[in-house]
Design a protein around this ligand. Sequence first.
Ligand code: XMP
Length: 332
Amino acid sequence: HWTMQEFKGKEIARIRSLVGEKGQVIGAVSGGVDSTVAAKLMNEAIGGRFHAVLVDNGLLRQDEAKIVHKTLTKHLGIQLTVVDASQRFLGELKGITDPEQKRKIIGRNFIEVFQEEAHKVEAAAANSPNAGDIEWLLQGTLYPDVIESLSFKGPSQTIKSHHNVGGLPAAMRLKLIEPLRELFKDEVRILGTKLDIPEDLVWRHPFPGPGLAIRVLGEVTESQLRIARQADKIFIDELIANDLYRKTSQAFAALLPVRAVGVMGDKREHGQIISLRAVETTDFMTAVRTHFDIENRTFLDRVSSRITNEVEGITRVLYDITSKPPGTIEME
Ligand code: XMP
């Protein structure tokens, strides 16, 4: 049974022997724990021969692309390209309200944008005398993902088409490198600490690949995204300020595509509705909503009051108390 320190050393050695003296690796990063830990491990193993790509699909949270860029390049020294493809994604999502269709559009465009970027990185890398072709694709696959893809071959897979880059390696003729495929999430977090990844990133809640597109129900537009971002930021900031962020496994705000009456000043206003979700879970397969206990019993009141006061167009705030199952964690 190995410790994470030993794992780190062994994995770095394995990556080096696999990739060789001149081999190059490309990989998508999201700013989440898994892809960042995988990227940092790669960076320690082969330095500038690892190229990270962040696709900004326009569906990220407030200032997320900027924050991820700063952390990965300035703090972690990873070579990163940010591709701003927001107009492309939002253009393709115009008029689409069905969640499965949103996921398919986002998945397809992600693969296209990533491939285009990979070709650019490859062309630039070809001029470097000390490096060969890009032959490898990094993926931050964890052990539970491996198990899931082995055991769920039936219709359960179509409950929700998970957005990952499964279609990439074949299309690009790249070999897969998956340094985290034997690890559970808690082990990835320990490894992240050993790799000097900042604490707040190591403890970040998961964020789905299709991003805010599945948290803005109905049509995804710039103005709906703006509302969802503002509300989500207030909720998350308050969780952090009240020392509740680490006590919840995942939390977010979703924007519902219906209206309800409210009173703003002395006027009746037909505004939109924000649904808050906070859950506790270890494996994300089952989950219960967070019970904000005695000393935090006014927490949700405070978040609700801030959202209705600060976010234009919101007249009501709900708290989702559904367990998973039968609910899911995301709202869609
Ligand atoms: P659900 O909503 O199915 O979510 O209960 C379980 C966990 O998975 C995350 N999730 C995703 N993660 N791509 C991802 O990388 C996706 O398409 C996706 N859909 C859901 C969700 O945020 C939760 O942590």
